[in-house]
Design a protein around this ligand. Structure first.
Ligand code: NIG
Ligand code: FE
Length: 410
């Protein structure tokens, strides 16, 4: 990664600004950047004449489209080990739940992640963040949840922050200590939730290592009552919450997340209409994860039309993890969001920009191109904005700008 310039203008391409309810397209636009923020944006012919004269460097793009830096608002990309054997077992007929109940799945990654040093964990995880950055992702969320004890949860969150510093990305970290019951607490879930509430969360809050608290509310993980205890603890520490909810069964997880003012509820295949209503009232974002739906060969779709009708903001994310979503491509997720979940390309593109920013409480700074917003954007040599959804993988951005600095991704 090498840094080139500060105050600067980019022009000659279309802009996907995200203004209003759609994509807020500007056919031939201009962006001026000062001090890492967007200082002016609009149609090129409307730019104040003094702007170009007073700006040291002007980059003229040859068509294509500029997007807000993409945002992946749900990942588990910090982990060690490999679960290709589990993939084979699933192809032989074993289910994700069977593998989890037999001590595989998440717990196999817990063993490998605990065994890795901080440096090894960083080296194993960095390439996955780099994959996302290469596609134009400039902000991403990373969860803990493969440590499941104080020392290893802290290790994971430190690695997540270090990845941000290394690549110049904005990383939002989430403590997911309530992801699975660690083996040393087998059949003692109340004691483990005590540890999460009384030791892990307070210490992580004290060290400023997490921006939010998450949990996995599911038959193979934690009950709504246990998650409620975790959310109470988070609330006392003034940390916002989010939840892996209603992925494999309907436990009223979406409503639970909404009742704590959750930033998001994620997965949501089994969410019921009351859950959707509760999310709508609370302004909780629906984070849809088609990579896990695809990998686990789910057949039950999240209630997309009900979210639409209720005006719930929908985001899409990779859920990048070694078990249920081995995917480090948000481009592929854009395609899956349209093809598997029936989102329109406009909805899908908003789902990885403006709505993903909202899911991370970053919507005042990121996810749109407007005056005063962070100058995070990327330029693709594509013919139409929908190309990002339509073509699977394909064109990488030829320019990625973070905080007004153009970076080269190695
Ligand atoms: O978001 N749902 C729970 N957690 C992850 C899966 C993690 C794993 O299998 O390692 C998910 O799908
Ligand atoms: Fe997840």
């Amino acid at each position: 990664m090498s840094e080139q310039n500060w105050d600067r203008i980019w022009k000659g391409a279309g802009l996907v600004t995200g203004k209003g309810e759609g994509l807020g397209l500007v056919e031939r636009g201009l962006i001026a950047v000062r001090g890492g923020k967007i200082a002016w944006i609009g149609p090129e012919e409307e730019a104040p004449p003094h702007l170009c004269a007073a700006t040291p460097q002007v980059t003229t793009l040859n068509g294509g489209w500029v997007f807000p830096g993409l945002i992946d608002c749900h990942t588990h990309l910090v982990f060690a080990g490999n679960r290709a054997r589990e993939f084979e077992r699933r192809l032989e007929g074993a289910s994700y739940e069977e593998i989890a109940r037999a001590g595989g799945g998440i717990l196999s990654t817990v063993r490998d992640t605990r065994a890795a040093s901080e440096g090894e964990l960083f080296d194993a995880s960095l390439p996955r963040a780099r994959d996302l950055l290469r596609e134009g992702v400039t902000t991403l969320e990373i969860k803990s949840g493969y440590g499941l004890d104080l020392e290893n949860e802290i290790k994971m969150l430190r690695v997540a922050r270090a990845i941000g510093r290394e690549l110049g990305l904005t990383i939002k970290t989430t403590c997911l200590a309530a992801h699975a019951l660690p083996p040393e607490y087998a059949a003692r879930s109340t004691d483990y939730i005590d540890l999460v509430c009384h030791e892990i969360l307070p210490r992580i809050a004290q060290e400023g290592l997490a921006d939010a608290v998450d949990g996995f509310c599911e038959g193979i993980a934690f009950s709504p009552e246990e998650i409620t205890r975790v959310f109470e603890a988070a609330q006392k520490l003034a940390m916002p919450v989010k939840l892996h909810a209603d992925q494999l069964s309907d436990l009223n997880g979406a409503a639970l997340a909404a009742s704590y003012g959750g930033l998001s509820a994620d997965h949501l295949e089994y969410t019921n209409p009351e859950g959707v209503e509760a999310m709508s009232r609370a302004g909780t974002v629906a984070v849809l994860l088609p990579g896990a739906f695809y990998t686990l060969k789910e057949t039950r779709l999240p209630p997309i039309e009900t979210f639409r009708k209720a005006g719930v903001a929908m985001a899409l994310a990779s859920d990048c993890n070694p078990g249920s979503s081995p995917i480090s491509s948000l481009r592929l997720i854009l395609n899956m969001g349209c093809t598997l979940f029936g989102l329109t390309p406009t909805e899908a593109l908003r789902a990885v920009t403006v709505n993903a920013a909202k899911a991370l409480a970053e919507d005042e700074r990121k996810g749109r191109l407007a005056i005063g917003m962070d100058a995070d954007f990327c330029h693709y040599n594509i013919g139409a904005p929908a190309d990002l959804c339509y073509w699977m993988s394909g064109e990488s951005p030829d320019k990625v700008v973070i905080g007004g600095r153009e970076i080269t991704v190695l």
